[in-house]
Design a protein around this ligand. Structure first.
Ligand code: AMP
Length: 187
């Protein structure tokens, strides 16, 4: 179990922007709602902006617990969310990642940009060196991550990444199926 609680805790990495197509906001909303409906706790970057804010609001609206972790210097830029179950204000971006990882039992990546990829690769590389052993899943809805997955497959084929370090990254285009693979039972 994570540091977080007796409740299964899922860290959501996703865009601080909403994306141009409204399908992305709908995905974030569905993810926040689904996490709360399963009785899981959501951990995320603590902002109100973009897909992050949409996922957090959806989890709260569905009665879920949401913990945000935000660097002090991002409180204005990412609009620190003051209606969360708890908002932890930390000194910097590195501590934010460490804290989100400690609070979480599993990691779910939704569409996003460079920051989202930084967070995904942080947990993938920590797992590669066995510093963590927690499930990492990727919502590849609408094929958003197809090219990233193909690139990672190329790294494996070139001998720079062990096959098991990529095959253990579960990905699916369907949210419910992905969450069922993350943790089948609803608690
Ligand atoms: P983006 O995918 O670029 O919209 O960013 C998604 C989230 O990742 C935002 O909350 C960013 O502040 C966050 N982020 C970006 N870089 C880092 C980092 N090095 N450490 C922690 N969080 C980061």
């Amino acid at each position: 179990m994570s540091e977080s609680a007796n409740r299964f805790s899922v860290c959501v990495f996703c865009g601080a922007k909403p994306g141009l197509d409204p399908i992305y906001a709908e995905l974030a909303r569905a993810a926040g709602r689904a996490i709360a409906e399963r009785g899981w706790q959501m951990v995320y970057g603590g902002g109100r902006v973009g897909l992050m804010g949409i996922a957090a609001d959806a989890a709260l609206a569905a009665g879920g617990e949401v913990i945000g972790v935000i660097p002090e210097g991002m409180l204005v830029r990412e609009q620190g969310h003051r209606s969360l179950t708890r908002l932890e204000v930390v000194p910097d971006m590195a501590v934010r990642k460490t804290r989100m990882i400690a609070l979480s039992d599993a990691f779910l990546t939704l569409p996003g940009g460079l920051g989202t990829l930084d967070e995904l690769f942080e947990v993938l590389t920590l797992r590669q060196v066995r510093f963590i052993d927690k499930p990492i899943v990727l919502l590849n809805a609408h094929g958003y991550f197809d090219r990233l997955l193909a690139m990672c497959e190329g790294f494996v084929q070139a001998g720079f990444v062990a096959p098991q370090d990529m095959t253990s990254l579960l990905h699916d285009g369907d949210l419910e199926r992905l969450l069922n693979r993350l943790r089948p039972e609803r608690a």
